[in-house]
Design a protein around this ligand. Structure first.
Ligand SMILES: [Zn+2]
Length: 278
């Protein structure tokens, strides 16, 4: 599932081909990816609108239109977005296609159709974004803010495993299973530690580790384990640089102990080093 670095890569890739162009015709080929809007209303609302901005929030691509409505796309497992030549080959996995005034075409393709597409008014967008936690790469996201985020609203999340807290989108935006595993290894923290026991010094280490791995992955155009493709249709490259994810049984790059895979922390695959994460 694409996390912050993968969705950031997709948004960066499609932005130059989209911003400033007008959506001339929009076709929804598979309406089951739409949330809270019919295909007819979605097509009508987008037709003739100019794209004002393309960004990312958490794990979602956000296309802002000139009337301040936003199209929010969650690629999830098998969704991909690209801008390509309008006469290029189409295929049966295209779920939404929009012809642009530049002669190019924006395509959302989703093999298993697990993705989701929302059309939000400015007020609906405010509610949507308020439910998500702070962005870890934003300036001003400091170690005290990370500690507060891990504790959750009202500070009641202290007993939750730190890995689970990191992946909770209401606490921190954009971090999923791969980067939670990587950041906790890099910071030398046990993924099952209750979030409320993390000290200020550990929070500083965790923040540095998290920011570093997210930035490095963006530079590597994200991690392709299976389906993720960039906005230009290629695989990412960061999978070859993962330190723990997918490396169970292989030696820890810091202390040499064999890395362990467990599903006991949060039912997801948790990889950790029993030597230097205790
Ligand atoms: Zn180790």
């Amino acid at each position: 599932m694409p996390e912050l670095p993968e969705v950031e890569t997709i948004a960066n890739d499609i932005r130059p081909g989209l911003v400033g162009s007008t959506l001339e015709s929009v076709r929804v080929l598979r309406a089951d990816v739409l949330r809270g809007v019919t295909a007819r209303r979605f097509e009508r609302a987008l037709r003739g609108r100019r794209v004002a901005a393309v960004g990312r929030r958490a794990k979602h691509v956000v296309i802002e239109l000139d009337d301040e409505h936003r199209v929010v796309i969650q690629p999830r497992m098998t969704g991909s977005l690209h801008v390509s030549a309008a006469n290029g080959a189409s295929d049966r996995y295209v779920v939404i296609a929009a012809d642009l005034s530049t002669g190019r075409r924006l395509v959302f393709r989703d093999v298993r159709r697990l993705g989701a597409v929302h059309l939000l008014t400015p007020a609906a967008w405010r509610r949507y974004t308020e439910r998500l936690g702070p962005e870890p790469l934003e300036r001003g996201f400091t170690a005290p803010r990370l500690l507060a985020a891990l504790a959750g609203r009202g500070g009641r999340g202290g007993r939750l495993a730190v890995k689970k807290a990191l992946m909770d989108q209401r606490r921190i935006a954009g971090v999923g299973n791969i980067y939670a595993n990587e950041a906790l290894w890099s910071a030398g923290l046990d993924p099952s530690r209750p979030a409320g026991t993390i000290t200020s010094a550990e929070a500083r280490r965790l923040l540095r580790a998290l920011v570093a791995v997210l930035r490095r992955s963006i530079r590597g155009r994200g991690t392709t384990v299976r389906d993720y493709r960039t906005g230009t249709g290629e695989a990412g490259t960061f999978q070859s640089r993962l330190k723990v994810y997918g490396r169970a049984g292989r030696p820890c790059r810091r202390c040499g102990r064999r890395l362990v895979l467990t599903h006991a922390v949060d039912a997801r695959a948790t990889y950790f080093c029993p030597g230097c994460q205790r």
